[in-house]
Design a protein around this ligand. Structure first.
Ligand SMILES: Nc1ncnc2c1ncn2[C@@H]1O[C@H](COP(=O)(O)OP(=O)(O)OP(=O)(O)O)[C@@H](O)[C@H]1O
Ligand SMILES: [Mg+2]
Length: 369
């Protein structure tokens, strides 16, 4: 049957269909035939309705015509049969490729392992200024590095505070994140090695938002740049400016998780709703998977009633999202950047360093669970 149907060259089928009756169309069971003859259907596309129908009457006509044309037609028939064989041929094609894939499987496994090593990207964000975004980005990053992880910090703040905190003068930087975001310079060209690797900022980063404003895919510039180094790091920590502009949106779009430092004062916490709204927008449009890893109470002066109340309000409103770790006030945090160092390097055995080591443990434990 199939052979007959298939054998029927398009032309023949056409003729057959012309002859057959409109009655034949309603005849149902030929659907299977139609299914069996995808090739014929395609060829018959213009007159597709009829071809399958005329099994009996048409078949005879077809046979007759075939007989007439057999000599000339046979050659084309062979290729059609071959077309059917390839259904099986698909298998044989896979089989043919398989040997090449066999060694590839090893690579795939390696790639899977590699994926586990893909950098986990953290953005440190809060549009409110002076809440310890930069301090947290650097010291948590160094705490990650202390525990044996490969860490890249990205300074996405035109103020360049993170860059300065590692003893680099943003004014003397030749290439910076500006060049990465605006001119697609590879990240590796601007990364400097200090306590951690740092993708530096310069003052001209302030012009990046305007320069990027007309670029297609401007929200994903950082994400793309990070793709190229994702295998080289376990963690990427992005410091953001105190705004919800395009630079911060780039950070949130590139991030897997967001850490929100919050100064333990009532007014500081009100901005969290706005940040959550921005994240919602990012999730809806750019990065569905981004989540808040945690809200971090910073600059905590536990001696004051107000600070305790502020933390309580945080926990009442955000529950488990609030880290258990607390970053208390300490003068070392202000001193360390002057030395171009994290508190973990500046005062390795001090309490201030311990606050961020504790936070690193909490984040790593949470990430592992
Ligand atoms: N736990 C702390 N105790 C005391 N001072 C701190 C603490 N954390 C940060 N600081 C100091 O507070 C100031 C602001 O911190 P930081 O620059 O990290 O905030 P930021 O949120 O990055 O600010 P901006 O929004 O301007 O980027 C800095 O001088 C820093 O040294
Ligand atoms: Mg900062």
């Amino acid at each position: 049957m199939q052979k007959n149907g298939v054998a029927a060259e398009p032309e023949e089928v056409v003729e057959a269909t012309e002859a057959p009756e409109p009655e034949a169309q309603p005849e149902p069971e030929q659907e299977p035939v139609a299914e069996e003859q995808p090739v014929a259907e395609q060829k018959d596309a213009p007159e597709a309705e009829a071809p399958a129908v005329p099994d009996e009457s048409a078949a005879t006509e077809i046979k007759v015509e075939r007989v007439e044309e057999e000599p000339a037609v046979e050659p084309p028939l062979d290729p059609e049969e071959i077309i059917h064989d390839p259904d099986e041929g698909r298998i044989s094609a896979d089989a043919a490729i398989a040997p090449k894939r066999t060694p590839g499987v090893i690579h795939t496994e390696q790639a899977a392992e590699g994926r586990k090593r893909h950098a986990e990207v953290y953005a440190f964000a809060n549009q409110k200024g002076g809440v310890a975004k930069t301090t947290t980005t650097l010291n948590l990053a160094v705490a990650f590095a202390e525990s044996g992880h490969r860490v890249l910090c990205v300074d996405l703040d035109p103020q360049g505070n993170l860059t300065m905190s590692q003893g680099i003068d943003p004014d003397k930087v030749e290439k910076s994140m500006f060049d990465v975001l605006v001119h697609q310079v590879p990240l590796t060209e601007i990364i400097q090695k200090r306590e951690i690797d740092i993708a530096v900022a310069s003052i001209d980063l302030a012009g990046a938002e305007i320069a990027m404003s007309t670029m297609i895919g401007r929200e994903r510039s950082l994400e793309k740049a990070l793709d190229a180094v994702a295998e080289d790091y376990d963690f990427v920590c992005i410091d953001t400016p105190p705004s919800l502009g395009l630079l911060t949106i780039n950070a949130l779009t590139a991030a897997d998780k967001v850490i929100v430092p919050v100064q333990c004062e009532y007014l500081s916490m009100r901005g969290l709703v706005q940040l959550q709204n921005t994240l919602e927008m990012i999730r809806d449009n750019l990065n569905p998977g981004v989540v808040i890893e945690g809200i971090l109470p910073t600059m905590l002066d536990s001696r004051t009633v107000h600070a305790k109340e502020a933390v309580e309000i945080l926990e009442e409103n955000f529950g488990d999202l609030v880290f258990k770790s607390r970053i208390r006030k300490a003068i070392k945090f202000a001193e360390a950047p002057v030395r171009g160092a994290s508190v973990l390097k500046y005062d390795p055995k001090g309490n201030a360093a311990e606050y961020y080591r504790d936070l690193a443990k909490e984040v790593l434990t949470h990430g592992a669970s």
